[in-house]
Design a protein around this ligand. Structure first.
Ligand code: ATP
Length: 224
């Protein structure tokens, strides 16, 4: 999956993407980093075809029906329980068997009978990630999936995302967090309308001359 020479201007006149080029890896989790407001979500919107993709710039991305997208602010029915919510998603995904409590991940089983509207923000995010991961698609897009989660839950979510990729699914996500970046992940640093870096965490560290990803990020942010 590749983006080639893509430019996009906001209604305000600000050029958000300027001849942006990006290569995404099929067999690695692609993680887009970058400062707030730099366009990470907007780029996912284009990939997901929420914003119309320019076919001359977007190459080899699956079609809309083969993409699952977890935006930052999407909700389920507040009155439905966690169990019924996930059962409904399984139904949408074509599952026709009997959906059981044990089909929920361990961390969601105690919440099975709780209404979605009564969950905390982080718990809602867990349900959302679980739901999106259950859809049978080729490409999964996650917008800041770990935000608002405690470190243990964030770790679980990232495990889930890595599992998807290991099952052969393509994954592109955005993040502001480094603690769950895996050695095999593919980092893309978006700033000033372009991907200023693409490569492995090892290369990212090497380029910044540090052993710490947060320090490397700050250095990149200062340099561009
Ligand atoms: N509907 C809109 N109308 C006008 N400007 C918008 C709209 N949506 C987003 N923007 C602007 O586009 C820019 C990029 O926003 P976007 O949400 O893609 O950034 P981001 O990198 O995902 O930020 P964050 O890390 O804070 O989530 C921001 O300056 C934002 O104000």
């Amino acid at each position: 999956m590749e983006i080639e020479n893509f430019s996009y201007k906001l209604k305000t006149g600000r050029l958000l993407f300027q001849n942006l080029n990006a290569n995404f890896q099929d067999h690695q989790v692609n993680i887009i980093f970058g400062p707030n407001g730099t366009g990470k979500t907007t780029l996912l919107d284009f990939i997901a075809t929420v914003n119309q993709r320019d076919p001359t710039s977007f190459h080899q991305f699956p079609s809309f029906s083969r993409i699952a997208y977890q935006p930052q602010s999407v909700s389920f029915i507040y009155e439905a329980t966690v169990f019924d919510t996930l059962k409904m998603v399984m139904g949408m995904s074509g599952f026709r068997g009997k959906f059981k409590l044990t089909d929920l991940p361990a961390e969601l089983q105690p919440l099975a009978a709780t209404k979605y509207g009564e969950l905390s923000g982080g718990q809602r995010r867990l349900v959302m990630i679980d739901a999106v991961s259950r859809l049978d698609r080729d490409l999964y897009l996650f917008d800041e999936p770990e935000s608002g989660l405690d470190p243990k839950m964030a770790n679980l979510v990232m495990e889930r995302i890595h599992e998807l990729n290991q099952r052969g699914k393509k994954v592109i996500m955005t993040s502001h967090q480094f603690q769950n970046v895996g050695r095999n992940d593919y980092l893309l640093f978006l700033k000033a309308g372009k991907m200023q870096f693409s490569g492995s965490p090892t290369e990212f560290l090497k380029q910044a001359g540090t052993q710490n990803l947060v320090e490397a990020y700050i250095k990149q942010d200062q340099d561009f």
